[in-house]
Design a protein around this ligand. Structure first.
Ligand code: GLU
Length: 488
């Protein structure tokens, strides 16, 4: 019985990102599924940084990936394994495969391989390595070496092999050795007495075995790799993990989500104002559906309590902005004003708002929390909290509708009457209501006129949150009288 079936606490899963770019939504979603499974099983979630592509890997991408995972709330259990530090172990394993005859040196030049592929294309054959150097005699090898040829190392793939596994998402899987493209390169081209840089399929198997990974959970674009890797597990005599291949994330057109779709990096979503909790919630729904009776809005912990692969879909998951926005609104609305303020503060600071100068009240925690309570219910994105807070931190210009309102019948006398009755002393909502009534009576206008005009004067617009609460906030920061004065 496999670990998956027994629910053993020895479950160990990993995310193995390549630091050749910022944290991508596909990688993050894979991380979510790994994390949920580990937490559900009481196992360990590990990281391995696959930085063996020396040209494209950058430390700043590693930092970005780790920061993004942390931001999403996906904590890991051991120090991340750095793949490049293990290259000697990978080379030793390759030497072992050469020694045991599972691998051999291939001296074919790039030009020869290109000619081979062109011929295959011309004769409508599938591209594959034709195993031409699989059985070289010692004399043939010596001749190539004497020519000064370099060599790759190739792992033998028996065309007649049948590779099977029971995928936690896709069920029984079956691959023919003949469909794997011929003997696979496991070490890059190098002088024939050396072993070149070890390649992905080999190192991933060595490292997963060394890390005692019990379940490999990754995107379905790795299915063909899994078939190849299973042959390597067998050749190396390593224990085979359970595999789960998660569906791809698709764009609105049903194609694989790519850079061309614009926003794909977790940092982009963060910059757009999505809350980590909403994004993590949404990514979980990209391929998994909660059990009957459970809301679509949940925390990672709540999902972890019930997560299993039996509810992961085989079909690709279409990215749905409306649902993400809805979830984000739910998360924002569910937070208390103080929590919302803590998240908005950095965005406000970036705008130069919320400091003690020029207005000390702008830096007041209670005033800021009240501002968040006022604007919170209408936010979809965190960034909306920048736009909506703006008229509370800076005096807004009067837009056309506001100007028209202020020029309309009764507006000026009504605001003048209100200003005459308004001082800088404390003001509560009952007093504010009373003042509005008195000013309307004094100016001989309906209460609606004065309310609309006051909104125009305070916010420079006829749209905005609750008027009374808006006024009280601006009164506390000592800005209401000046704004009314300006519109007279
Ligand atoms: N570095 C590989 C990737 O980012 C890891 C794939 C795997 O999980 O084995 O695609």
């Amino acid at each position: 019985m496999s670990a998956a079936q027994t629910g053993s606490s020895a479950v160990r899963v990993r995310l193995a990102p390549s630091p050749t770019g910022t944290l991508h939504i596909g990688t993050a979603r894979t991380a979510v599924f790994n994390w949920l499974f580990a937490r559900h099983q009481g196992g360990k979630f590990l990281l391995r940084i696959e930085d063996t592509d020396r040209e494209r890997s950058k430390p700043e991408y590693t930092d970005n990936i780790l920061e993004g995972l942390r931001w999403l709330g996906l904590d890991w259990d051991e120090e991340p394994v750095i793949q490049s530090a293990r290259i000697d172990i990978h080379r030793e394993a390759i030497q072992g495969l050469l020694d045991s005859g599972h691998a051999y040196r291939c001296y074919a030049t790039e030009a020869e391989l290109t000619a081979m592929r062109e011929l295959q294309a011309a004769t409508k054959q599938a591209p594959r390595y034709d195993n031409r150097h699989r059985n070289l005699t010692p004399e043939q090898q010596a001749a190539f070496i004497a020519e000064g040829r370099e060599a790759t190392v190739r792992f033998r793939i028996d065309d007649g092999a049948t590779i099977t596994w029971n995928d936690l998402v896709r069920g029984p899987m079956r691959w023919a050795g003949a469909d794997l493209g011929g003997d696979m390169v496991i070490a890059r081209r190098a002088p024939a007495d050396q072993i070149g840089d070890p390649l992905y399929n080999l190192v991933v198997v060595i490292d997963d075995a060394a890390m005692a990974i019990t379940h490999v959970i990754r995107g379905e674009d790795h299915i063909a790799n899994t078939a190849k890797q299973l042959l390597l597990y067998a050749a190396l005599g390593a224990e085979v993990p359970v595999f789960a291949h998660t569906p791809l994330i698709l764009n609105q057109e049903g194609k694989k989500l790519s850079k061309r779709d614009g926003v794909t990096s977790i940092g982009d979503f963060q910059a757009m104002g999505y809350a980590a909790e909403a994004l993590a919630n949404y990514m979980t729904l990209l391929g998994w559906s909660p059990p009957e009776g459970m809301d679509e809005r949940f925390t990672l912990e709540q999902a972890a309590a019930v997560f299993g692969f039996e509810r992961v879909n085989k079909a690709g998951a279409r990215f749905d902005w409306d649902k993400l926005n809805w979830l984000n609104g739910q998360v924002l609305h569910g937070q208390g004003p103080a929590a919302l303020r803590d998240q908005l503060q950095p965005l406000w600071t970036a705008k130069g708002w919320g400091g003690a100068a020029p207005n000390p009240m702008h830096a007041d925690g209670a005033w800021q929390a009240d501002l968040c309570e006022l604007i919170g219910p209408s936010l979809t994105l965190l960034a909306d909290g920048v736009e909506q807070a703006e008229p509370f931190f800076t005096c807004p210009p009067l837009n056309e509708a506001a100007q028209a309102q202020l020029a309309s019948d009764g507006a000026q006398p009504a605001l003048a009457a209100l200003l005459a009755k308004l001082n800088d002393g404390p003001l509560d909502s009952d007093q504010a209501q009373l003042l509005l009534g008195e000013a309307a009576t004094a100016a001989g206008v309906k209460k609606g006129v004065i309310m609309k005009s006051l909104r125009a004067a305070l916010l420079g617009s006829l749209q905005g949150p609750d008027l009374l609460a808006t006024w009280l906030l601006l009164h506390r920061s000592g800005e209401d009288r000046a704004r009314i004065q300006r519109s007279l």
